[in-house]
Design a protein around this ligand. Structure first.
Ligand SMILES: [Zn+2]
Length: 116
């Protein structure tokens, strides 16, 4: 079965985002417990847990806080980022939320052109 390249890109991003979320939770839990693990062991845990989830469950990035038609945007330090809802690519660092979401909106429109 040949997969749509857009679907493959999204599926790859879902794996990256799942691994990022698992890594973040492991780091938070270890930090709260005042414990540490070597980085290679943390990554083995991330990849092992992610592989088990992906093997047994249907997984997609579908955050409850992003309503249909809205753009997911967030701030890290002084920069804003926004995520394309189609391929899940993140915007470059932007100085404002508006600039980040504008990037994502413009980027998403290119996907619509690809399918028209
Ligand atoms: Zn995209």
């Amino acid at each position: 079965m040949t997969r749509d390249p857009q679907e493959s890109l999204r599926a790859q991003r879902v794996v990256e985002l799942l691994e990022h979320n698992i890594r973040t939770e492991i780091d938070v839990q270890l930090g709260m417990a005042g414990r540490d693990l070597p980085d290679d062991l943390r990554m083995n845990l991330v990849q092992g847990i992610s592989a088990e989830i992906l093997y047994a469950f249907e997984v997609d990035w579908d955050p409850k806080w992003v309503k249909a038609g809205e753009i997911h945007a967030w701030q890290v330090d002084d920069s804003w980022y926004a995520r394309c809802g189609v391929c899940l690519l993140d915007s470059p660092a932007s100085p404002t939320r508006d600039q980040a979401t504008r990037w994502a909106t413009t980027h998403q429109l290119r996907h619509e052109d690809e399918y028209s």
